[in-house]
Ligand binder design. Sequence first.
Ligand code: SF4
Length: 373
Amino acid sequence: MSLNHVRPWRNIYRRKSRQIMVGDVAIGGDAPIAVQTMTNTLTTDVAATVAQVQAAAEAGADIVRVSVPDEASSKALKEIVRESPVPIVADIHFHYKRGIEAAEAGAACLRINPGNIGDEKRVQEVIKAARDHNCSIRIGVNAGSLEKHLLEKYGEPCPEAMVESGLEHIRILKDNDFHNFKISVKASDVFLSAAAYQGIAEATDAPIHLGITEAGGLVSGTIKSAIGLGNLLWMGIGDTIRVSLSADPVEEVKVGYEILKSLGLRHRGVNIISCPSCARQGFDVIKTVEALEQRLEHIKTPMSLSIIGCVVNGPGEALMTDVGFTGGGAGSGMVYLAGKASHKMSNDQMIDHIVEQVEKKAAELDAAAEAAE
Ligand code: SF4
């Protein structure tokens, strides 16, 4: 249960956007902020791409994007869509025919810039295909590929140029009476992204897809994304997110969820609260947390677990978590259940025991949630 009414400093007031559907996933309005990632396999390698989509979905991805650079990829897309447990977004650049083929292949959304795919007739054909196949569109403005006339007008990629580009693309869709779209204004620079997103958030009620593009490797990209996306989400901007990392798509999903979890915007799986450890630790906190993260990956129920090295902070943290363990003396520590000290457990059996306790608690929470429905 949310206690934000007694903790108003935790409230985030989301920008009001209209809602669209990407397949069966609602984006915008009061829908949960969706987590996306993108495959990096060859789309024509259907087995590898489907395996990556499934792994991302298993990690919690609500939607997965797949590149469609050529006709063979459009053909493969049909099979990928059929096998995928989540809606598929087709990433299209320049070739209007790929957009039509992707909509026909069952893509739930086309990531496309209507201004980049040729003359008006071609744009209309893509929009018609999207409409005929109940396919939404994401306008994907990127600081690295702004239109020439905007670069000439503004001199360099800047927030105003990105917003203007986005609004031009929106106008094309609206002129064609197409409203089933969302928009992103990505840049690799955190300041540029944040300013552009704030500008577009004020200028339209379309749902917003957030991302810091080409953010970097796992550590640096995670930090950049957490700062950029975190600030925007905190301001209430953003209806779906993608963390772009030079890393496995599963890592992108995990990082995306952690950002949303940190802000209390979504909850999934076990939120582990652990101390950094020091000479006072009663057991090896770092190794234990590493092992528990792996052993508890299968738990999807939102819940909390505190793993704290000693009594300095252990009992206090355990008060606020579903399951807790605090290191003590003589090779054992205290297990906490629902915030209360429950029983002692030896350090060498503690990992198996905590996994059991978490699984038991998850089953209880699931049963309670089911009964409440
Ligand atoms: S909780 Fe205890 S073991 Fe962990 S960092 Fe603090 S003092 Fe050290």
